[in-house]
Ligand binder design. Structure first.
Ligand SMILES: [Fe+2]
Length: 474
């Protein structure tokens, strides 16, 4: 009896000593999938998103780099259950422009925090921007996520002064917890240490609803549908970026088209850049599909009307850059060669048209060139090629007069990077914001009728496009 009593007391003591440690260890490992995104004004605000396996507090601390982060104000957000875990979102909107910040996310009550991450806010008065662009990681196992992450590590080494990174959608393949864990684990060196600009792809929006907005904390446009992703815009340097949601389609919602027109007309930025997942110009396998044909017919005139300088897109896993195009016709421009940022660079001067860029894929699933791409896709291309030997990333540096783009392929076997394309634009003119413009309605109720009419018209235009395609191949 005495022995049993001692044994029970011993077990209770051991449990009392180890349970807090076990509980702490299981909670401590749960802060995962941390990202910092555009959420409102890029100079003063950021969205934070992260996951825990169990319910926990939703707190963020942000301090100027070098200050004592543990003494920073605690900003709390909200959490909800998603994918059998807990997603946490918080916004900090009291930042100063032109400042490097450190931060951590977690639970101030339990003291369980993430690693410390960093991001920088842009200056309102500076005109420059430096960023990395990549597309379609779309991996489904650890090995392929690691391969894509290596490509992006080369990108960071290539442009150590990058200020944000644009991911053009399809971050995962099947939207499972394992894939998202692998993506965030392998990309934490980037996602935790810069501002990321995610674009909704079909592999996190269309096929598996709700996942895009459960992974990133982006301030969606008021009144917009967010079931398949979200659209938003921001400024950095002398550039204005509109991020579209191409899952919001058949064809694209009138709300989103109207928002894009309102958004771009209100901007007086020198560079107007559109980021989207499905491409308007691509020589990949998806270009002739009905969803893309409908989107092209509807959006290309809008891109022309708004004077968009560059469109970056993904989805088709091959490399393509067009000449400047307007009205689906190539616009030739004068060139000038100058030293810029210490490098001899050839610039297209004031091109009248939009350059469409599809930077292949950072991942390992790659397509060849579709020789039967709908006209005038191939005729418009400055370069169209596969990237079967490696993953691709691109860098952009710009100021008020210069836009310099470079694309690199990182060899799968050797890890060596090769410059596969470069393009530069010089602008000597500036278009003012359109002060006479009257905003179009963007709420779903007001645009439902417009959307219905557009749907019928675009279906008919798609049939005409297919008839033209049929004649072109006969
Ligand atoms: Fe895609």
């Amino acid at each position: 009896m005495k022995k049993s009593f001692v044994r029970i007391i011993s077990i209770i003591l051991v449990l009392c000593m180890t349970l807090p440690i076990m509980a702490s260890a299981s909670v401590a490992g749960e802060v995962s999938r941390v990202s910092v995104t555009i959420n409102g004004d890029s100079a003063t605000s950021r969205g934070f998103c992260w996951y825990t396996d169990e319910t926990a507090g939703t707190d963020v601390q942000v301090a100027v780099a070098g200050a004592d982060l543990t003494k920073a104000e605690i900003v709390s957000g909200v959490s909800h259950k998603a994918m059998d875990k807990y997603v946490h979102k918080a916004v900090v909107d009291t930042l100063k422009p032109n400042t490097k910040y450190q931060y951590r996310v977690g639970d101030s009550k339990t003291g369980v925090w993430s690693d410390v991450g960093y991001f920088t806010t842009p200056s309102k008065s500076k005109d420059d921007a430096n960023f990395i662009v990549y597309a379609d990681v779309q991996a489904s196992n650890e090995e392929n996520f690691q391969a894509a992450a290596k490509v992006l590590q080369v990108a960071v080494d290539t442009m150590p002064n990058y200020e944000f990174a644009i991911g053009l959608g399809d971050f995962v393949n099947d939207c499972t917890n394992e894939e998202w864990d692998s993506y965030f684990r392998n990309f934490s060196f980037m996602n935790m240490n810069t501002t990321i600009v995610p674009v909704a792809g079909n592999h996190e929006g269309n096929l598996q609803w709700f996942k895009f907005n459960n992974m990133f904390n982006i301030g969606a446009v008021e009144d917009s549908a967010t079931i398949t992703g979200c659209y938003y815009s921001f400024d950095w340097g002398d550039a204005h970026f509109a991020v579209l949601n191409t899952n919001d389609m058949y064809p694209m919602s009138a709300s989103q088209i109207n928002w894009l027109k309102n958004d771009m007309n209100a901007s007086d930025a020198q560079w107007k850049i559109v980021l989207m997942h499905r491409a308007l110009y691509s020589a990949g396998k998806n270009i002739n599909k009905p969803d893309t044909v409908i989107m092209r017919n509807l959006l290309l005139p809008v891109i022309d009307e708004l004077g968009i300088d560059v469109v970056f897109a993904g989805h088709d896993h091959m490399y393509m850059r067009t000449e400047p195009v307007k009205g689906e016709k190539v616009q030739t421009a004068q060139t000038v060669t100058e030293i810029w940022n210490g490098e001899s660079t050839t610039f297209a001067v004031n091109p009248d048209g939009t350059t469409h860029i599809l930077p292949s894929t950072a991942g390992t699933k790659r397509y060849g060139v579709n020789e039967e791409a709908m006209p005038p896709i191939l005729e418009s291309s400055a370069i169209a090629r596969d990237t079967k030997d490696g993953g691709v990333f691109a860098t952009v540096s710009l100021d008020s007069n210069h836009f310099v783009y470079k694309a690199y392929m990182v060899n799968d076997e050797t890890g060596e990077k090769t410059l596969i394309d470069t393009y530069a634009i010089k602008k000597t003119d500036r278009e003012p914001a359109n002060d006479d413009y009257v905003d179009l309605p963007t709420d779903i109720g007001s645009t439902a009728g417009q959307h219905g009419i557009t749907f019928v018209v675009e279906i008919l235009k798609m049939l005409v496009s297919y008839i033209k395609l049929l004649f072109s191949v006969i």
